[in-house]
Design a protein around this ligand. Sequence first.
Ligand SMILES: Cc1ncc(COP(=O)(O)O)c(C=O)c1O
Length: 294
Amino acid sequence: MQMMVNWNGELMPLEEARIPVFDHAYLYGDGLFEGIRIYNRQIFRLDDHLNRLYHGWRHLGFNETLAYEDLKQRVIDTAQKANAENAYIRISVSRGTGIGLDPRKIDQTPNVMIAITRLNLYPQELYETGVAVVTVSTRVMNPDALDPRLKTIGRYVSNIQAKVEANRQNAGEGLMLNAQGYVAEATGDNIFIVCDGEILTPPPAAGLLKGITRATAMELADQLGYVCREEWLTLHDVYAADEAFLTGTAAEIIPMVSLDHRPIGDGKPGTMTLRVMKAFREITSEAGVMVGAR
Ligand SMILES: Cc1ncc(COP(=O)(O)O)c(C=O)c1O
């Protein structure tokens, strides 16, 4: 695979890509992004990612200079040109280019970047042993400040702060609460717990990103015959849970085996978690939009 960038329709190797200094996402975080995986030359749930992106695009009032189908084709073409078999796609869309907050005073032609690269978040053995998680003091943003369904670039400053807090404690992830103290999500993943045989995950209204891997895990749990539902969760629920796992495009599905140095269940990946993970591995080797043959 060659690491490639498509910048506003122009394809180039990663090292040659340049972003304008006054790009509004670079200056103010005024942009949206998506991270998508390619498994065995198939782009996993591309339409779900693009729908989330376009919902944000409309919400933020970016000019829609690129039609959905054109962006979709551009993503597929870029992945094909990169000869991507198993890879990670990053799409970033900024409002435009120009200094000053006021969008009326900038060139509001969105900059659209597609990068094809690799991303391995955790060493393979952690998928067998599970991650240790700590609760961090950085809270998720209030939904009335920024709707949690918006995957904006600027929002991630607080997620990175949360990650730094978790790193300081040598934890694999940091768990973020909302302003009311309810469990929201990890810094780059959604959380699920198993409690009395049911799989529970907080609702988006708790201030979390409505993850596409989260939706996939919920569908798989359902197919496996498990009850899987949204529930407001407190730290007590997680401390008392029998199992827990995290979901995200980058992390995929990974067992969570402790929170704040308290083992979850017996401190090992749980049976239901392992079954959902297995089902996820099966579908990621088959489902999705084809990138094409070599
Ligand atoms: C804060 C946050 N929550 C959850 C997720 C998981 O979302 P998805 O499964 O769509 O990747 C991500 C991934 O980007 C994230 O950044």
